[in-house]
Design a protein around this ligand. Structure first.
Ligand code: SF4
Length: 406
């Protein structure tokens, strides 16, 4: 069905440089407008006409845009749209945000709620699956929409379900549930809120004594780096410990604007981790991943998770075999800084939580020892500890009791 690249082969070393792509398709726009997040949001590409005014769509994309309206809306910020190579139907940026025909077909293994979140909500909008932490779905809106979104059933407001977060009930639940020590704000994208609305949420959580820290999951630094203003950073730094998980999939997304935005967050003391989704034709080759993870460290963001794409309805054209992710980790481990290597995980379908998947470095297990291999296929034996013999303990005790000569 149309172009269907089996791997992303376009990660030219050029993507390792930080570039600005502004103003690109918007040469007439003033610098002030371009840097204004409200202007970026107001001028998002969200319809067929605006899209076709700037690029020629493939037949699969055109049909995808027409069919997306009752599933997951299309919306692309001008900043992110400028990263698309309009002459390349296989552009890895394009595949992430422009709907395709294949989205309208669900494979038998696919699910509308692949992580089983809806069945773990004590209050609408609050997912409490693990004893000590909750996922707080605070909005269903994002700056742009990813075609593989795990929550496409609710995100963007046009799908089969609607998110109806019950704010007061959620806060009261958190206040009376002392085992919750960690709250992840997600959605949708929480950084789409105004500073004052976000601060109301953070301050309310901060006032709950047993909540030790808050995390925010956001793709805003990638889709809309203009939103990471000094005022936002000054507000966030009042609510430490506060972590932000960003979401970048391809090194081209790490523009000079994104690097600077992440630098502002890091300067505000916010530890940054990156979560990538392994996507066919986007980042399913080791070279692309290596450039991405190394560039993330230069942006002060630690590669954290590489997700196997969830079994989202209409995602089979973007999913890869699990072996692809294992091969990528194998190609990274030992070949770049350990800090740069994310943990490859599968979210257990239906609500199993994150399950780590690693290349197998254990060659053999025997009583008393294990045989391992390294990244160069060399083998090493690692023995279990030998207990100190009782006779040796006695001998050493005697020696210790001897007078110390001056
Ligand atoms: S930014 Fe996150 S929540 Fe929003 S569409 Fe993308 S994956 Fe989904």
């Amino acid at each position: 069905m149309g172009d269907s690249p089996s791997s992303a082969s376009s990660a030219a070393p050029a993507f390792s440089e930080f570039r600005s792509h502004a103003p690109g398709h918007w040469p007439e726009v003033s610098r002030d407008d371009w840097n204004d997040p409200k202007w970026q949001l107001k001028n998002r590409i969200s319809g067929l006409g605006a899209l076709e005014a700037r690029m020629t769509l493939t037949d699969e994309e055109r049909a995808g845009v027409l069919l997306a309206g009752n599933k997951l809306a299309m919306s692309i910020t001008p900043h992110f749209f400028n990263l698309i190579d309009v002459d390349d139907p296989a552009c890895p940026i394009r595949r992430q945000v422009i709907p395709r025909l294949e989205e309208a077909w669900s494979a038998p293994e696919e699910l509308s709620d692949p992580c089983g979140e809806d069945s773990h909500m004590p209050v609408p909008g609050l997912v409490h699956r693990y004893p000590d932490r909750v996922l707080f779905l605070v909005t269903d809106r994002c700056a742009s929409y990813c075609r593989y979104c795990t929550r496409s059933r609710v995100v963007s407001g046009v799908g089969e379900q609607h998110l109806e977060t019950q704010w007061e009930a959620a806060f009261r639940y958190l206040e009376r549930t002392p085992q919750v020590r960690d709250v992840l704000l997600s959605g949708g994208d929480p950084l789409l809120f105004s500073d004052s609305k976000l601060e109301r949420i953070l301050s309310r959580l901060h006032a709950i004594p047993h909540i030790e820290f808050v995390r925010i999951g956001s793709r805003i630094p990638i889709f809309l780096p203009q939103r990471i203003t000094p005022a936002l950073c000054a507000m966030l730094r009042k609510y430490h410990p506060l972590f932000i998980s960003i979401h970048s999939n391809h090194p081209k997304e790490l523009t000079s604007e994104v690097r600077d935005a992440l630098g502002r967050l890091a300067d505000a003391g916010v530890p940054l981790g990156n979560q990538s989704v392994l996507l066919r034709g986007v980042n399913d080759d080791a070279e692309t991943q290596k450039i991405l993870v190394q560039k993330l460290l230069r942006c002060r963001a630690r590669p954290y998770y590489l997700y196997q794409c969830d079994l989202i309805a209409g995602s089979s054209h973007l999913r890869t075999p699990v072996s692809t992710g294992v091969d990528i980790i194998e190609a990274l481990r030992g070949h770049t800084t350990g800090y740069a290597i994310p943990q490859f995980v599968i979210d257990g379908p239906g609500g199993g939580g994150k399950i780590p998947i690693n290349p197998d470095y254990v060659v053999k297990r025997e009583p008393g020892r294990i045989t391992l291999r390294n990244f160069q296929q060399e083998q090493f034996e690692y023995p279990d500890p030998t207990p100190v013999p009782a006779s040796e303990v006695e001998r050493l005790k005697e020696r210790a009791s001897e007078p110390v000569s001056q």
